[in-house]
Design a protein around this ligand. Structure first.
Ligand code: UDX
Length: 433
């Protein structure tokens, strides 16, 4: 990109979304200032340390170092900026609504700029937030500050690719010139642009997540019916996935979804609907199925082991999915808590995620250590390295060879041939002896 086309972007929030957004805009040739309130985070970033694990992010930040500034100072971040990206956290409050206090802090801290800037919302917010921000800016005499909703659809572990090669870019604006400017900022990215009003852009983010979660809970329920009727959900998912109207993605049955987005955003959408007097039945079912799905493994283990008291259970994987160290709302934490409550001993392994906040479990450095003397192994996160484990050798060190594959990652026949009583999710037709 020529310097003439390069823009100045301030990104508020140095979490997953903010760092990926900042790094990718710098990669596109723009000058980016990333601002966060946590000084330790900013100091680390200045030293070239990346506070989160996201494949490729450290290289991207290093490669674009000369176009990136990290600061705790609002004035420094905003100086000369044409765009202010808001990428702060919006965690759920006790009522299930999204907590927008960090968003409001950004808006209220904006200096009285006299030049035109566009505030772009990346944080996931309830529909109607843009409208409220608009009023607040106008009330401050900042009518010349533009506002767009430009939601992110990036998934952890593939965030950089998702940003640089997205399926679409959604831009919701009050003013066509602001939408135009944000579109231009994405020059170099080849993707369909969906221009919308602000409310529709906000809803698009919530609806996209809800659609994906619905697919997961749907296939998990199909899996549960498969177990009851003797079908194999892996085959069923393959069979329906070839239907172009259905598609293959997000049809992996398992122990349920977790992560920083789905659980939080499902609650936020549920609450948003409820606040407007609407009872979102499908979404309620999606959430409930997911909660039950995490707990079904407990019943399976108990059946296979004849009770759980004093049984040693090895959980493989703490992260809510592979290729991230993120354990937010991770099914492993729910499983561990339930197992401890049933009187089991729990030993956990994960190649990068830690067990902080999980009391009463032992974390060990290898799969072999976890399985030794265990009564059962539960594969919770489908880390690729689990494919290459010598399971026969691991089984030989276990007290009893029970294996619950919570992600249907391994081949049932191979595992049975290796001496395991193996149970997947929705694979009853593989019948255990
Ligand atoms: C998700 C969305 O994909 C992304 O578009 C949005 O911006 C943020 O939320 P992320 O939470 O990073 O991204 O992970 P994702 O890969 O979508 O997985 C979410 C959860 O669903 C994981 O726990 C995963 O194990 C589970 N999942 C996913 C399934 O159980 N089955 C599937 O078929 C797919």
């Amino acid at each position: 990109m020529s310097e003439a086309n390069a823009h100045r972007v301030a990104v508020f929030g140095a979490g997953y979304v903010g760092l990926v957004t900042g790094a990718c805009f710098a990669e596109l040739g723009h000058h980016v200032a990333v601002r966060d309130v946590v000084p330790e985070k900013i100091d680390a970033l200045r030293r070239g340390e990346v506070p989160i694990f996201e494949p490729g992010l450290d290289e991207l930040l290093a490669r674009n170092r000369e176009r990136l500034v990290f600061t705790t100072d609002v004035t420094e971040a905003i100086a000369g900026a044409e765009f202010v990206y808001v990428a702060v956290g919006t965690p759920p409050t006790l009522s299930g609504d999204a907590d927008l206090s960090a968003v409001w802090t950004v808006i209220d801290e904006l200096p009285d700029v006299d030049h035109r800037i566009v505030v772009a919302m990346k944080s996931t917010v309830p529909v109607g937030t843009g409208e409220k921000v608009r009023h607040r800016l106008d009330a401050r005499g900042l009518g010349h500050v533009g506002y767009v909703s430009n939601p992110e659809f990036t998934a952890e572990g593939t965030a950089i690719k998702d940003f640089m090669e997205p399926d679409r870019i959604v831009i919701g604006a009050f003013d066509a010139a602001d939408a135009e400017a944000v579109e231009e900022l994405h020059a170099g990215i080849d993707a369909p642009i969906v221009r919308a009003d602000v409310a529709s852009a906000e809803m698009t983010k919530l609806a996209a997540n809800a659609a994906l979660m619905t697919r997961i809970s749907f296939i998990n329920e199909i899996a549960n019916v498969c177990e009851a009727t003797g079908a194999d959900v892996v085959k069923v998912a393959e069979g329906i996935g070839y239907d172009r109207r259905i598609g293959k993605s997000f049809l992996r049955a398992g122990v349920g979804f977790g992560g920083s987005c789905f659980p939080k955003d499902s609650l936020a959408l549920k609450q948003l609907a409820a606040n407007s007097g609407y009872h979102f039945q499908v979404l309620n079912a999606v959430i409930e199925v997911n909660e039950l799905q995490k707990r079904r493994v407990i019943g399976k283990l108990s059946d296979l082991l004849g009770g759980l008291r004093d049984k040693r259970i090895a959980l493989l994987g703490l992260a809510f999915k592979p290729n991230t160290d993120d354990t937010r709302e991770a099914p492993a934490f729910v499983l561990a808590g339930r197992l401890l409550a049933e009187g089991a001993d729990v030993v956990v392994w994960d190649p990068i995620a830690g067990s902080d906040g999980l009391h009463g479990v032992e974390q060990v450095p290898s799969v072999e250590d976890a399985a030794r003397e265990a009564d059962a192994v539960v594969l919770v996160t489908e880390w690729p390295e689990l494919q290459d484990v010598d399971w026969r050798a691991v089984g030989a060190t276990m007290r009893s060879r029970v294996f619950v594959d919570g992600r249907n990652m391994l081949d049932p026949e191979t595992m049975r041939a290796a001496g395991f009583r193996y149970a997947g999710i929705g694979r009853a037709s593989n019948g255990n002896p």
